[in-house]
Design a protein around this ligand. Sequence first.
Ligand SMILES: [Cu+2]
Length: 137
Amino acid sequence: MPRPFRLAVFAATALVVGGVAVGLVVARLQGPGATDAAAVQVRASMGGFDPPAMTVKAGQTVRIELSSMDTSMHSDGGGWHQFAVDALGINWKVGPLSSEVFEFTAPATAGTYSWYCDICCGGKENPSMQGELTVAA
Ligand SMILES: [Cu+2]
């Protein structure tokens, strides 16, 4: 290959690789979620749930957008998180750096339920991978 051409190929390759790297960093900083304005935003990461507690009305249809803020680079769970409430038959999962919208109908009577993620960080015994759902009358 002629030298100027090789230089051009090198420059183009460097630009593409650099652009992908910048894109990845930006995506990591922004994170997923907030695609559904009508849904309650729940973000899960290795650090825990944000928010770690929520209150809903009895009998209400609850719409939740669950996001995983972690990348697939996490050796512990591969960036997947779970939102499970055994008593309500809820078992939602979301993949790395993505979000999904789920719905459930809150029980008709008031009560308190705990939710957990059993995928990462030692599973549901880990206090940071738990949250509390309050159903208010
Ligand atoms: Cu988790």
